[in-house]
Design a protein around this ligand. Structure first.
Ligand code: SAM
Length: 382
């Protein structure tokens, strides 16, 4: 995977003077004005990198060159430790938000945020994250967008509630890309990975509950519940029993080693992944946060609002699916009611995605994390 992204628009002569190492890039897009320029650039670039050319003359009739790092599938590589999932679908979801404010509840490393700002030239964006590392990274990454971007630190359920009431009908979209970022998973000290030397897993390092407390102090039945419900661990009872017998654990690695033999050995994911996922969801109250976010959106003052939620877990997807379905129903009487007493006009909008959107082939190949991503979209219109 390519770690850098270079996007330059400059005069061909300047390009020729720059000491650029094109071997660092797996793909290059250039926009050149004539065949001679194209030839010169082809000499510079190893053809294996499959450069994409487009003949173009700018309005000053100058030769302009755009170079952009692409991954092997021809997808732009973001200068970010996290590759945003369903990037095309997210941009499409908010196409109509060019004039208003989009709230990105899960700013992370600013991937979706920067794409949305680029795609909608006049929109403003407010990004929320509870992880100070993500806030710090994105603050720097997004500095060039100036006052089009605001960044808020905190839990999205609480911050989104105050933003929705503060900005009212200026808000035209809410995006949430629920879950952990690649960087959170990759930095061992954060304790999210089964290889970690710690047992932490807090997205917000100041939060009171951490993984060590869940693993070392929860009762057998509570552990069994979270393993079954949040991790869909099939032998949750046995795994919980083993954890209780062998604890205390100091690291995720120790925990993973202790339960490894109990877990089914699949090819696609490490056997301990589902246990880690269950503990992480508990530590960060991820389902509670999602439910509260949907409550806040439902009660918000917006007459028109596009809501797009990306989930990576069937439980989260079910929460979103059920809530969107309720929002689209006129009659909210209980199923067994003899006649309608609710007024039959309770719908606050319509479901845009009857089935959730998932990653297309090319994205699946270039970003394995997109495998389980599902996005549902709802249009509030009340
Ligand atoms: C999957 S990443 C988002 C990545 C982002 N869309 C991008 O393109 O870079 C999820 C982010 O949301 C944050 N997050 C998750 N739950 C949160 C919550 N309840 N409140 C605030 N931030 C949350 C995490 O800290 C993480 O940085």
């Amino acid at each position: 995977m390519w770690a850098f992204n270079l996007f330059i628009v400059l005069h061909l002569d300047i390009l020729l003077l720059l000491p650029l190492n094109f071997d660092e890039y797996c793909g290059v897009i250039t926009v050149v004005s004539d065949k001679k320029a194209k030839k010169k650039i082809l000499k510079l670039i190893n053809k294996e990198h499959k450069p994409v050319f487009d003949v173009h003359r700018d309005r000053f009739k100058r030769v302009n060159v755009i170079i952009m790092a692409l991954n092997s599938e021809g997808i732009p590589v973001q200068k970010s430790p996290h590759i945003p999932v369903l990037y095309r679908e997210v941009i499409e979801a908010f196409e109509a938000c060019n004039e208003g404010i989009i709230i990105d509840c899960t700013l992370g490393y600013g991937g979706h945020t920067s794409m949305l700002l680029d795609a909608n030239n006049n929109c403003r964006l407010i990004g929320i994250d509870q992880d100070p590392t993500a806030i710090e990274f994105s603050t720097q990454r997004l500095v060039s967008y100036g006052d089009r971007v605001q960044i808020r630190q905190g839990r999205f359920s609480a911050v989104a509630q105050s933003l929705l009431s503060e900005y009212g009908d200026q808000v035209c979209g809410v995006l949430a890309d629920i879950g952990v970022s690649s960087l959170q998973l990759d930095v061992r000290e954060r304790g999210f990975s089964y290889e970690s030397d710690t047992l932490d897993m807090r997205m917000n390092p100041d939060a009171s509950l951490c993984a060590s407390e869940v693993v070392n102090e929860y009762s057998h039945s509570d552990l069994e519940f979270i393993l079954r419900e949040y991790g869909e661990v099939t032998n949750a009872k046995k795994v919980a029993e083993t954890i209780v017998q062998k604890r205390p654990f100091e690291s995720a690695k120790q925990l993973s080693d202790a339960i490894f033999h109990l877990m089914p050995k699949g090819k696609k994911i490490h056997p301990s992944t589902l246990v880690m996922q269950a503990i992480r969801i508990e530590v960060n109250d991820e389902l509670g946060e999602l439910t509260r976010l949907l409550d806040v959106i439902e009660k918000g003052p917006q007459k028109h609002l596009r809501v797009a939620i990306i989930t990576f877990h069937s439980l989260e997807d079910r929460i979103v699916k059920q809530r969107f379905s309720t929002w689209s129903k006129n009659c909210i009487c209980p199923d067994d009611a003899m006649r309608c007493t609710c007024g039959n006009n309770n719908a606050i909008g319509k479901v845009i995605t009857k089935k959730p959107l998932s990653a297309q082939e090319d994205e699946l190949r270039s970003n394995s994390r997109s495998r389980s991503a599902k996005m549902r979209i709802f249009e509030i219109n009340r």
